[in-house]
Ligand binder design. Structure first.
Ligand code: MN
Ligand code: MN
Length: 365
């Protein structure tokens, strides 16, 4: 339970003359309460009111887990056949006379907002607490960074299992199955997203997915993976050679690596996210591959694998101590090959400290 951050939100609500906030993004609920569960289609809400203690409202079958998660405040459930919005409204009314609430605009669907308004017609839900929560999550605590370093160790072990699985004619899916099987046997409960493995020209599609494509000698293999460790996500990418690859493949790997290393070395507190993106982009552009680096340099992560800040052109947010983000330049040449190299890490006074340590030079298997 993150008492400090809940207090910070309460202060913001008071300053904004709001009665409370109804949070429904389960990542934000996990971050603030310590209770982590994706409710899928059921309703899970963390309600913070300014004049009473906060409470969690969720499926009846989750109430015990909420209480066991370390949440010290009330937890209430609803049964599947009940109207959750009516019951949630009753609990809110029992705790506050206030009628002005903030919601999470990027999470609460229009349909759910309609249900809420129907159950609680005298209240307003015009305020949005999304920016405040993103801001709270932006700077990590020492404990959070410790969890993310542990997640990085797991990602390093995952790469090793993946590299060992590479073999002539193995499919991307088969190699990922092997990687995850070996990793889960060591106690890692989950990946932070579907492990991506792409061979040869398939890696030229940065939005592609792991497929039945088979590996041939002389091709690159791009692994983009992450684990959930101690509730925190890791996210890292390595591109390795299977057999002897072409000079062109070696060159785009070398340019991507120079861009990644340069950005990592030049990241400094006080620099803008936009300027950091430009550092990596300049290296790739000068080498003649600018048009093939088609995405932002990086993104924040924490209890979820994508959060603020976005490391991209136009974002003038300054990098601050204990901000966590990825640095992941790539070069994708359609029909030829794709390379991406990614480390996530945190900003310290002395610069960027990566969570992953797997070598980034072109490893050959
Ligand atoms: Mn990644
Ligand atoms: Mn990433």
């Amino acid at each position: 339970m993150n008492t400090e951050k809940i207090a910070a939100l309460t202060t913001w609500l008071e300053k904004s003359s709001l009665s409370g906030a109804i949070l429904t993004n389960f990542h934000d609920i996990a971050y603030l309460s310590g209770f982590e569960s994706d409710p899928i289609e059921r309703v899970l809400a963390l309600v913070i009111v300014t004049d009473n203690v906060p409470f969690i409202f969720g499926p009846a079958l989750e109430v015990n887990s909420i209480k066991e998660s370390g949440w010290h405040y009330p937890a209430f459930g609803y049964e599947d056949q009940e109207n959750p919005w009516e019951i949630l409204t009753q609990h809110i009314k029992a705790r506050t006379n206030g009628k002005h609430f903030a919601i999470e605009g990027d999470n609460l669907t229009v349909t759910r907002l309609r249900e809420l308004k129907k159950a609680f017609p005298e209240a307003t839900f015009d305020a949005d607490v999304t920016d405040q929560i993103n801001h709270l999550r932006l700077i990590k605590t020492p404990a959070e960074i410790k969890h993310m370093l542990a997640a990085g160790r797991d990602a390093d072990r995952a790469f090793n299992f993946g590299f060992e699985a590479l073999a002539e004619n193995i499919s991307e899916l088969e190699a990922v199955a092997e990687l995850e099987y070996q990793l889960k046997k060591t106690g890692v409960p989950a990946m932070s997203f579907d492990t991506l493995l792409q061979f040869g020209d398939h890696a030229a599609d940065p939005h592609g997915s792991t497929s039945t494509r088979r590996l041939k000698s002389g091709e690159l293999a791009l692994f983009d993976l992450g684990t959930i460790t101690e509730g925190y996500a890791s996210d890292a990418t390595r591109t390795v050679a299977f057999g002897e690859v072409s000079d062109n493949a070696k060159e785009i790997h070398a340019v991507t690596l120079e861009a990644q290393r340069t950005a990592q070395a030049k990241a400094k507190i006080g620099m803008t996210a936009s300027d950091l993106d430009a550092v990596a982009r300049d290296v790739i552009t000068k080498a003649g591959y600018g048009e093939y680096f088609s995405h932002r340099l990086g993104h924040g992560l924490g209890t979820s694998v994508h959060e603020f800040p976005s490391i991209m052109a136009g974002n003038n947010l300054e990098l601050q101590e204990d901000m966590v983000f990825s640095i992941e330049p790539g070069i994708y040449i359609p029909g030829v090959a794709g390379v991406r190299i990614e480390d996530s890490g945190y900003m310290s006074k002395n610069g960027f400290v990566p969570f992953t340590e797997t070598p980034k030079d072109l490893l050959q298997f």
